[in-house]
Design a protein around this ligand. Structure first.
Ligand code: ARG
Length: 601
């Protein structure tokens, strides 16, 4: 069933436990110990939630009810109610720095309230760690350090990069940043579509019509369309195109030169987009794997995983569905052939512990097939480390405000360059029209760029990945609501406070960090939840969780700022520390989302 693939990609690898400084994970482990001590026979993995009602506490343990039913069924025990089970668990909770007296509510919910002294000490301990930590490198002592390959962006040569590739680029980059923040080594790969039979007709067409070269992607794209048309209509051209592919594959220098030029033209175009988005990625296109394919298919045939069927070589997966065709009946290779060679290369030669693919959800089945074949071929098994983990992160379509696929008014593919510059110029106009800011012309340009690009990224990342998302400048540039602009304003506000204070935060060592107002406590506790939010984002590869976290952080900061005086208050020192911690965590989130924070607006 499809489930086997799900559980395969979800299989927990011992290498990927991200839980340092994770408050929720620490609490969970306390409850695990308590349940183990109180009910050793009935122990199973426990769960812990945030309290829905913050009046009762901060975290809640809800397993007592279930445990009671299990214990009662087994019999031979003397508890009469879930509340009693809850009490027995509480009795076994180890003494700990996080909370003091848990309470039982309703039928047997255990609520814990994090102690103010714990929150204070943690904030003090952490508040000035603004610098990103140093990167860890693989040394003899930590050779087990995990290495992750993220395959993302991956546009196709000779075609414009489209909004789907934009999503992949933004999401993939953010996933890399989360991993890198955790000091995990990443290899960012751009699996560009630079190989295949389509290059034969393109080369022949360029040769016929353009003296072999064109220098913009727009021209390439139109040539591509015209070449396709000629290919379908003109038999002589078709035959020449097919011959060109064979020559190209055999390494004919003339063919290679034209092909290389086509790639370079496209590459230049892609580069400008990556530069505007500030995304790093290494190109390793489909052509890279070409020579590996025949050997890989042979191996799969020998292992009886790939079988001949109606002339083609197919892999029938262990779950229902159409087979993966890995060699066409004419002997040619395809998208799947390349992906099989690529995954093998990544595991075997690149020694990846985790391979993550970021594409639209339409490719879900393709990757399920590739992963299934990979597992059955035994490529995932490792003796020295735990098994290799594979994930496909699928995302929904980008829709226009009219509810249809996102296109220009005349129905064409949206050009990304124009999209990015429109975001920028809208922000610029906004800043200009406001007129009140103390920004110079240059600052205004730079700020507009950061706001615009950041807004596009955030609007994308904030969504639940699998749903289609509606691209709307008006919405993403709104000051209110869950938008990057709202977050940027909160960041500017906190930065301004830190600018204004006379207190030198680097040098204060207050004996005590005090809260007076409830808004201070709420903000401080949320700051401590950064680690758990990052871990859960990573565990499920959902950057939207970091967005939610940052949005809540900004709102809690605004609540605090709205009701607590900072500068000149007798609690100024503590409040400045809180602002400092807020700013520091905000900037980490911005970093992870790939958004440049602005400091002045
Ligand atoms: N070039 C493909 C596309 O535009 C995406 C490639 C994704 N990566 C992969 N290894 N198949 O849809």
């Amino acid at each position: 069933s499809v489930q086997s693939v799900e559980s395969l990609s979800e299989r927990k690898s011992a290498l990927f436990k991200f839980e340092e400084d994770n408050l929720k994970a620490s609490l969970k482990s306390l409850f695990t110990q308590a349940v183990q001590a109180a009910y050793p026979e009935n122990f199973k993995e426990v769960s812990l939630n945030e309290c829905a009602n913050s009046g009762l506490g901060d975290y809640q343990f809800n397993d007592a009810m279930h445990l009671f039913s299990v214990v009662r069924e087994v019999g031979g025990c003397d508890v009469k109610s879930p509340r009693e089970v809850a009490q027995n668990i509480i009795n076994m909770l180890p003494v700990n720095p996080f909370f003091e007296n848990p309470s039982i509510a309703g039928p047997g919910f255990i609520n814990v309230k994090i102690s103010d002294s714990y929150i204070s000490s943690k904030i003090l301990q952490n508040f000035n760690i603004c610098e990103p930590r140093e990167r860890r490198v693989n040394t003899a002592e930590n050779v087990n350090y995990p290495r992750v390959i993220v395959d993302f962006s991956s546009p196709n040569i000779a075609k414009e990069m489209h909004v789907g590739h934009l999503r992949s680029t933004i999401i993939g980059d953010s996933i890399c940043r989360m991993l890198e923040y955790k000091n995990i080594e990443t290899l960012r790969l751009n699996h560009v579509g630079d190989w295949g039979t389509q290059f034969g007709m393109l080369i022949e067409y360029l040769n016929d019509e353009h003296d072999d070269f064109v220098d913009t992607i727009g021209d390439l794209q139109s040539c591509y369309k015209l070449a396709k048309k000629r290919f379908d209509e003109d038999t002589e051209f078709k035959i020449r195109s097919q011959a060109a592919v064979v020559k190209l594959q055999a390494g004919d220098p003339k063919m290679l030169e034209i092909w290389e030029n086509v790639c370079q033209t496209s590459r230049n175009e892609f580069e400008t987009i990556y530069e505007a988005l500030n995304v790093r990625i290494s190109e390793r296109g489909e052509s890279f794997y070409n020579l590996m394919i025949s050997g890989i298919l042979e191996e799969l045939e020998q292992k009886n995983i790939a079988v001949k069927s109606e002339g083609a070589l197919c892999i029938f997966s262990s779950f229902e569905g159409t087979p993966l065709i890995c060699r066409k009946s004419d002997g040619g290779y395809n998208y799947a052939s390349t992906d099989l060679a690529a995954i093998n290369h990544r595991i075997k030669y690149e020694k990846a512990d985790w391979v993550i693919y970021v594409t639209d959800s339409g490719q879900k089945k393709h990757f399920a097939g590739i992963f299934d074949a990979t597992e059955r071929a035994g490529w995932l098994e490792r003796c020295e480390k735990s098994d290799v983990r594979l994930s496909h992160v699928g995302f929904g379509l980008v829709m226009g405000e009219d509810g249809k696929r996102f296109r220009t008014r005349s129905g064409e593919v949206i050009r990304l360059k124009e999209l990015l510059s429109e975001a920028e110029s809208r922000c610029y106009d906004e800043l200009k029209n406001r007129g009140t800011s103390g920004l110079s012309e240059i600052e205004m340009k730079q700020t507009a760029r950061k706001l615009g690009i950041g807004a596009i990224k955030y609007a994308d990342l904030q969504n639940n990945l699998s749903t289609n998302y509606v691209f709307s400048f008006d919405r993403m540039l709104d000051l209110k609501g869950n938008t990057a602009i709202y977050l940027q304003y909160a960041h500017v506000r906190v930065s301004a406070v830190l600018d204004k204070t006379q207190i030198d935060v680097q040098n204060v060592t207050p004996q005590e960090f005090r809260f007076k107002a409830k808004e201070e406590r709420a903000l401080a506790l949320h700051i401590l939840k950064f680690a758990e939010s990052l871990d859960s984002s990573l565990q499920d590869l959902m950057p939207s969780r970091i967005c939610d976290y940052l949005y809540t952080l900004s709102s809690l900061f605004n609540d605090f700022y709205g009701s607590c005086k900072v500068i000149g208050d007798d609690n100024e020192e503590s409040r400045i520390i809180l602002c400092h911690a807020t700013a520091s965590v905000m900037r980490r989130c911005f970093f992870i989302l790939g958004i440049d924070p602005v400091y002045k607006l």
